[in-house]
Design a protein around this ligand. Structure first.
Ligand code: PEP
Ligand code: MN
Length: 355
């Protein structure tokens, strides 16, 4: 992928990963300064802090607002770091530019709204500032590219994308599903666009930051944006995913950066193919289940039992032989078929018992 620094920030040493770090939100001058000083001491060059916070639910902390902007100016003056913040309206852009913010980013909830992105784009006409565009909350690559295009059409040329994962109902492992094939496809379509991963918002838990960051490096991402707070447990927003500047340093030092572009690119490509095949497999299975339910309806109408042993034995034998001829072990094929059959039976019983 691209060398982000040369595009975004001439003058910074150009080594992967470029790291942007700082708290989810600016809370107090003291918290902003203490976090910044520790990060700068550890070698971080770009600071992040949310001034305006789009929270999912009302009543949460919605950002300190404009009074926090002078704190970021002070970070610049006292540490020499570049400073960045999220903008969601033309008013935010105007205030951020007036305060000398170096880099702006568009948040995930904003990227999902073309009207809001256009308003930001219009307010940036004639301005030369780096803008990072987070993926929209929903897994819609065209919407993400559309947001990037709107900012590009306003004349902004220092552009980058931030992958922060995609919202889902199921939050068992990740706060936002990574769906890595989407940023990989973005890179294929816009090969000159630097891409940064936001493992804090993908994972939603501090224990996941190291592994997600490593995965982003293995997939040739250019950089990382990581939430770091001087006292994470006391954070006013996203406390569970923030880490201290020292833990951040530890994680960055442990990253393995493999620069064999050829192999990582082709690995990413192969992984993308696997993702697509898994999607196809699941779709085929759900189609199979729909047919099973139809059979269930037939059996119900004709008063037939769900399990018909002859049919089951026949299916098993034929498929195991077929699977073996395709290079898969009989044990593996048997296990898969048993699992599929069990789910089919469950679905049929469900149909038969329904009123
Ligand atoms: C953030 O960066 O703190 C933030 C609000 O992120 P996102 O837009 O990805 O939810
Ligand atoms: Mn956050």
């Amino acid at each position: 992928m691209n060398d982000l620094q040369s595009i975004l920030l001439p003058g910074i040493e150009s080594k992967r990963p470029i790291v942007i770090a700082g708290p989810c939100s600016a809370e107090t001058e003291e918290q902003v300064m203490d976090t910044a000083k520790q990060l700068a001491k550890n070698g971080i060059k770009i600071y992040r802090a949310g001034i305006w916070k789009p929270r999912t639910k009302p009543g949460g902390f919605e950002g300190i607002g404009e009074i926090g902007l002078p704190w970021l100016q002070k970070v610049k003056e006292e540490t020499g770091m570049y400073v960045s913040t999220e903008v969601a309206t033309a008013k935010h852009v105007e205030a951020a530019l007036k305060a000398g913010i170096d880099i702006l980013w568009v948040g995930a909830r904003t990227s999902a709204n073309p009207f809001a992105v256009q308003e930001i784009a219009d307010s940036l006409k004639g301005v030369d500032i780096p803008v990072l565009i987070k993926n929209p909350v929903n897994p819609d690559l065209d919407l993400w590219i559309g947001a990037i295009e709107r900012i590009y059409n306003a004349g902004i040329r220092k552009l980058g994308a931030i992958h922060r994962g995609f919202s889902s109902y199921d939050k068992k492992i990740y706060r936002n599903l990574p769906q890595w094939h989407i940023p990989i496809e973005l890179h294929r379509r816009l090969p000159n666009m630097p891409i940064i991963c936001d493992p804090s918002h993908v994972g939603g838990r501090r224990e996941l930051i190291a592994s997600i960051s490593q995965q982003a490096m293995d997939l040739s991402f250019d950089g990382l944006i990581i939430e770091s707070h001087i006292c994470p447990d006391k954070a006013w927003s996203d406390a569970s995913q923030q880490i201290t500047p020292d833990i951040l340093q530890f994680i960055i030092n442990k990253l393995v950066i493999r620069e064999g572009v050829q192999t990582t690119e082709s690995l990413a490509d192969l992984r993308l193919q696997i993702d697509n095949i898994d999607n196809d497999l699941l779709e085929m299975l759900s189609k199979r289940m729909r047919i099973s339910r139809e059979i269930g309806t037939f059996k119900k109408e004709h008063n037939m039992p769900v399990l018909q042993a002859n049919r089951y034995d026949e299916i098993m034998q034929k498929r195991v032989i077929l699977g073996e001829s395709m290079g898969m072990s009989p044990e593996f094929v048997t296990k898969i078929l048993e699992a599929i059959h069990e789910e089919s039976v469950r679905q049929q019983i469900d149909v038969i018992n329904s009123k």
